[in-house]
Design a protein around this ligand. Structure first.
Ligand SMILES: Cc1cc2nc3c(=O)[nH]c(=O)nc-3n(C[C@H](O)[C@H](O)[C@H](O)COP(=O)(O)OP(=O)(O)OC[C@H]3O[C@@H](n4cnc5c(N)ncnc54)[C@H](O)[C@@H]3O)c2cc1C
Length: 379
């Protein structure tokens, strides 16, 4: 019998496990994979996330693995920067007035290593369902039942925990797919002055270029309904359109994926909590998915530890409600606005961005929202 079982050893499940274990709660993490996932997915850590990970003692290790991005750029396709936003305007708000560029697959081993010996992580355990039993919950897994008092579903967008409690995942799927290529090229040599993070405007073919410690990543929209192999075959030509290297780009890895914008109606159902991608998904523009998931984990796991230590149940109820409000009003709204802006022709909007970049007060307000700092302020 474990006090809290957590489905999923992704960044969200392991953050929740670390918070709870540090608060003295007995935790068991159930992960379907035989090891931590190594796929290239989220790669930006925002200032408030760095603060939360600092409180867990892991930010120094993450920063050793990552790159510090003090600015990011909005650029014109094939042209100069429209505006460079300097996160230094947040220096009175945070110890970390920058973003750290680092793949989420580098964070998860750091979190796993930080877990105290009292926390168990069981790989090869696929959660298949959950039911109530006397004194708690029975979690069915591919290797038999696990008994616990509370269950956290941090098992990603296809969450078995969410399905197990019969919760919907309301929302929509984007009309286009996203194509992400990791390339072994030094883009700063061909696009002088480029920042580590770049959002490039174009109504037809907007793009994002992000530096990670190992690669540059280029994200491009791809029309719905086209065949994967056709899109991947076209990739060299599309990359040549981003910058002509006089030879084919060296592509280390490329993948195509559907983008969804969905949120579950309640992040808490009795003794079951949902967090991270299991509770809400959005487009990756602005890097809000993993960051907001880590915020869910920290805020809801602390609230659960408070309740286990004798605080009123309402502490957890309010935390779960607040995190759903954040998912809808901050994460979904901001990531959708980021997607719309990249497709705009609007010269007025570009002028507004230039003025914003030149005005530290306005830039601070904009960046506080963009990095989810405002979303953490509770009223
Ligand atoms: C292709 C892709 C690209 C992305 N790119 C970006 C990006 O550029 N920027 C950004 O901010 N976000 C991006 N995201 C989103 C980001 O990766 C997620 O928001 C983040 O991973 C959420 O973390 P999580 O821990 O909630 O879920 P996950 O990282 O999905 O972790 C879930 C874990 O649960 C395990 N699991 C699943 N089902 C079960 C089960 N039944 N039983 C036990 N274990 C289970 C999985 O193996 C996994 O280890 C991307 C997502 C995808 C899919």
């Amino acid at each position: 019998m474990s006090t809290v079982a957590i489905a999923g050893a992704g960044p969200v499940g392991l953050t929740a496990a670390l918070v709870l274990a540090r608060r003295g709660v007995e935790v068991t993490v159930l992960e379907q994979g035989s090891a931590l996932a190594s796929e290239s997915r989220a790669s930006t850590f925002h200032p408030p996330t760095l603060e939360m990970l600092r409180d867990l003692g892991v930010t120094p290790d993450l920063m050793r693995e990552g790159l510090v991005a003090r600015t990011f750029q909005y650029r014109e396709r094939g042209g100069d920067p429209v505006a460079t936003l300097d996160l230094g305007v947040l220096s009175e708000d945070t110890e970390f007035p920058f973003r750290v560029q680092c793949e989420q697959s580098k964070l998860t081993p750091i979190l796993l290593d930080a877990l105290p010996g009292s926390a168990q992580v069981r790989f090869g355990h696929t959660v298949e369902g959950v039911s109530a039993e006397s004194g708690g919950l029975r979690v069915a897994t591919s290797r038999g039942a696990v008994h616990c008092e509370w269950l956290i579903g941090a098992d990603g967008a296809h969450s078995a925990v969410r399905r197990g409690i019969g919760a919907d995942f309301e929302g929509s799927t984007y009309p286009e797919r996203f194509l992400v290529a990791s390339v072994d090229e030094e883009l700063d040599a061909v696009l002088p002055g480029i920042a580590l993070i770049n959002y490039v405007f174009d109504p037809q073919e907007w793009l994002v270029m992000l530096r990670t410690p190992d690669h540059w990543r280029v994200l491009l929209p791809t029309p719905a309904g086209t065949a994967d192999d056709l899109e991947l075959r076209r990739l060299p030509e599309r990359l040549a359109g981003v910058a002509d290297l006089g030879r084919p780009w060296r592509i280390a890895h490329a993948s195509l994926y559907h983008v969804h914008e969905r949120v579950t109606p309640r992040f808490r159902d009795g003794r079951v909590l949902l967090m991270g991608d299991a509770a809400h998904v959005n487009n990756p523009l602005g890097g809000l998915g993993m960051n907001s998931g880590i915020h869910d984990a920290v805020r809801m796991a602390h609230a659960l530890a408070d309740v286990l230590a004798g605080a009123p149940d309402d502490v957890l109820e309010q935390a779960a409600r607040r995190r759903r409000t954040v998912a809808v009003e901050h994460v979904q709204r901001t990531s959708r606005a980021n997607w719309s802006r990249l497709r705009t022709h609007d010269a007025e909007y570009r002028r507004g961005l230039r003025e914003l970049a030149a005005d530290p007060v306005a830039a601070r307000a904009y960046l506080r929202r963009a990095c989810l700092m405002d979303s953490l302020e509770t009223t």
